[in-house]
Each structure stands twice: as structure tokens, then as C-alpha cells.
Design a protein around this ligand. Structure first.
Ligand code: FA5
Ligand code: MG
Length: 391
């Protein structure tokens, strides 16, 4: 409802001579604050912490690929300007994501129209890249997910994905698959040491992704806590076939990692909204583009809390409420939205939730009046647009 005029998105893709222009239709669920982020390309800004991490990962992989002769000729190609508008085919079908998989739901994914989404992961590019002849490559970009609001979650974040396909002659026969998984884990153990230091502890946890088998998550021990940094695995035959290759001969691995997660730990950045800050006090600290920087927090402005309680409507979804809060308050003013109480009426079985909204601007303090005004508008919109009954 927020858009009336048709709008198209133009965005250059890596090979420069194409551009996509995708019209929206009634399936579009992308609010203005999200559109605004498309094309911001934080990961391409020199001196931005996401750019710094991206460059260091690229350097590490290129060096490893050279030392271990990943490619008979050529270099590992790194793409960071691929359009974030993806077809559902590339983002889901080609990757064997089932038709009813929750990641496809409009409650979790931003649709431009019925057949196009804002990519939910960088893996969306893998099949096309393999199909056009890439055999070892990296892709970095902004990905979009409708999600909850807190200091570690933001509806736009950045991922770096990598793929390595092997020389068919080297992996045929016995031991081929073991070789692939051990090369994958060696590569990522090396990457973790490169980023976090030589004596970093890493552990491997079994995972499930539709497009890889076996699948793993890598966790890094950092300041006493195990932190999930990436997902990975051996590409399934169906993915290789979707790219037009013979899966008997062509095998390989893929991984995908979250750049904000890594940056928050490495640089001690306490809030994911800071990556979007234009404040010089943030920007300047990272201008050197070096890995060793530790963020010096500047004064944190005090939070203001407001609660809202309502009876749910049938189609109520927490992600939609968080998005409404974000849209109503202008994006980055709300630090957290959490359920603090829930109640089901014993007779009617109606459910009521109480949310606590934490208001805190990153760059200035908010007046009580401003907060009250935002809360008032959140209440009105929740009632009108989500059909909830305020209490
Ligand atoms: C994926 O997106 C898979 N495409 C990864 C993959 C690639 C697996 C290739 C196998 C082969 P997942 O949703 O777990 O998986 O996200 C991958 C990483 O992105 C996570 O480990 C985390 O570092 C980061 N991430 C995920 N969700 C968020 C979020 N809401 N905010 C910040 N970072 C996130
Ligand atoms: Mg995960």
C-alpha cells in the first residue's frame, strides 16, 4: 500500500554491459526504508569495515588458490557489483529449495514481483556463474531478509560466498568426496586464522542446506563464546546439473559467510546499525582499512522504552510488526523490539502480546516528546495496517 507509482530498479551487474529493470507488481512487499538501501553498496566503499573484511578474505582466497593451483589457468574472479534483484529460480529453484520452504515465504523474503526477489543470500549467483564458465569465484553483496529487530539483526546485511569446482580428473574415483570436504575445511580453518589470529579455535557443526551435502557451519571461539560465522558444504549434484554440467565429473564446494557478524567481532562493533552510520566518529575510525582496528565507542545516548500491547489478528507475523516499527520511525531509531509478555485468554483462546520497543538514536539524543510521537504513530499503524486490537 505504501507505493502507488510503478517503480523500476536499475542496477548494473558485474559484466557491465547488461542492466536489469524489473517492474513491481502487487506481490511487492518492499517498504521505502528497504528500497533506500538498494545500491548503497557499503561493501564497496573504501575504508568501510565491511569493505576491509571483504578485501582481506579475497586476498586470502586468491593466495590460497595460487599456492594450491585451484585453476589450471586464470585467477579466482571476485564479483561485488551483481544486482541484488534475483529471480526466484536463481535464489531458490536452482538451489533445490523446496516450493514450500519457509525461506520463500513473503513473511521472510522481499518480493519485487511474483518472479523476482531481493536476494536472500549470495548463493543465488552460484548456478549462473558456474554455467558461464567460472570454476573458482567469490561473490560479495547486500542480501535482504524480513527479520526481527535487535542489535545483531538488520533486514539488510552483507554476505561473501565462494565456490571451488575441482578438476574432473582429480576428484574422480575413490576419495573424491573426502578430498573436497577436507579441502573446504582446510581452506576455512586457514581463513579463520588469517582473520582472527594464528591460535584461533574453530569447531565444525553439522548443518543442513538444500544445496549442499554434507553441510557444516563453522564456529569460532572468540572472547569465550562460540560464534557461528558461516555455512558451507559440498555442492549437490542437482545444483551442478542446474548449471548445465555433468555431475559425475564436476564436483565442488561452496561457503557463505556474514560480513557484519565477522566485523562486529573483529572490530568490536556493538550494534549492527552502526554500519549504516554516516557519523564521522564512526567512519573515521576505520578509514585505514586495516584489520587490527578496535572500535572506540563514542558516547551512547540514553535509551527510551515504550510498551505496546494488543490482541493479535489471524495473519499476525512478528516480522511484519518489526518492519512497521522500522518504517514508522524512519529506520535506525529503534534498537530493539522484544516480546516481554504474552497472554492467551482462557475462554476465547485469543492471544495478546506485549512488545517493548527500545528507542535509541545512534548519533543524537531523542526527546521524550519525539519518542511519544513515534510510539503514537506505531500504535495507529499497527491497528490500521495489521488489524490488531490495541489494549
Ligand atoms: C546461507 O545464507 C547460505 N547461503 C550459506 C551457504 C552458502 C551454505 C554456500 C552452504 C553453501 P545462513 O542463512 O545460515 O546460510 O547465513 C550464512 C551466514 O550469514 C551466517 O552464518 C551468518 O554469519 C550470516 N547471517 C545470517 N543471518 C544473518 C542476519 N540476520 N544478520 C547478520 N548476519 C546473518
Ligand atoms: Mg544459519
Amino acid at each position: 500500500a505504501a507505493f502507488s507509482a510503478a517503480r523500476t530498479l536499475s542496477s548494473s551487474v558485474a559484466d557491465g554491459d547488461r542492466s536489469t529493470s524489473v517492474p513491481r507488481d502487487e506481490c511487492c512487499n518492499i517498504p521505502p526504508n528497504i528500497w533506500k538501501r538498494v545500491g548503497a553498496d557499503l561493501h564497496r566503499r573504501p575504508g568501510h569495515p565491511l569493505n576491509t573484511i571483504k578485501r582481506h578474505i579475497e586476498q586470502f582466497i586468491i593466495q590460497r588458490a595460487t599456492e594450491h593451483q585451484w585453476l589450471a589457468d586464470g585467477v579466482v574472479n571476485c564479483f561485488d557489483a551483481l544486482s541484488p534483484v534475483s529471480t526466484t529460480k536463481a535464489c531458490f529453484d536452482d538451489l533445490l529449495v523446496e516450493p514450500d520452504h519457509p525461506s520463500r515465504a513473503a513473511s521472510d523474503t522481499y518480493y519485487v514481483n511474483q518472479t523476482h526477489v531481493l536476494r536472500t543470500h549470495m548463493t543465488a549467483h552460484d548456478v549462473q556463474m558456474i554455467a558461464r564458465g567460472e570454476r573458482a569465484f567469490l561473490t560479495t553483496g547486500d542480501v535482504y531478509r524480513r527479520d526481527e529487530i535487535d542489535r545483531a539483526h538488520y533486514p539488510v546485511f552483507h554476505q561473501l560466498d565462494a565456490v571451488r569446482l575441482f578438476d574432473p580428473d582429480k576428484v574422480s574415483g575413490l576419495g573424491g568426496n573426502d578430498l573436497i570436504v577436507s579441502d573446504l575445511q582446510d581452506t576455512l580453518n586457514g581463513l579463520a586464522r588469517h582473520l582472527f589470529g594464528a591460535d584461533t579455535q574453530v569447531r565444525w557443526v553439522d548443518a543442513t542446506f538444500p544445496f549442499t551435502q554434507p553441510s557444516f557451519e563453522m564456529e569460532v571461539l572468540y572472547n569465550g563464546e562460540w560464534l557461528e560465522v558461516l555455512g558451507c558444504g559440498q555442492l549437490r549434484d542437482g545444483v551442478i546439473r542446474a548449471a548445465g554440467l555433468d555431475a559425475e565429473r564436476h564436483k565442488g564446494w561452496a561457503f557463505g559467510l556474514g560480513l557484519e557478524r565477522l566485523a562486529m567481532v573483529l572490530f568490536e562493533i556493538p550494534d549492527i546499525r552502526l554500519f549504516w552510520s554516516e557519523d564521522e566518529r564512526f567512519r573515521k575510525q576505520f578509514a585505514s582499512g586495516e584489520l587490527g582496528v578496535k572500535f572506540e565507542p563514542y558516547s551512547k545516548y540514553p535509551p527510551a522504552y515504550r510498551d505496546i500491547t494488543f490482541w493479535l489478528s489471524d495473519a499476525f507475523h512478528e516480522n511484519a510488526f518489526c518492519e512497521l516499527v522500522r518504517e514508522t520511525t524512519g529506520g535506525d531509531v529503534v534498537e530493539d523490539v522484544s516480546v516481554i509478555d504474552s497472554f492467551t485468554h482462557p475462554k476465547s483462546r485469543r492471544k495478546s502480546l506485549c512488545f517493548r520497543i527500545t528507542y535509541r538514536h545512534m548519533d543524537r539524543s531523542l526527546t521524550g516528546e519525539e519518542v511519544d510521537d513515534m510510539q503514537f504513530r506505531v500504535r495507529a499503524r499497527a491497528r490500521d495496517e495489521l488489524g490488531v486490537e490495541l489494549r
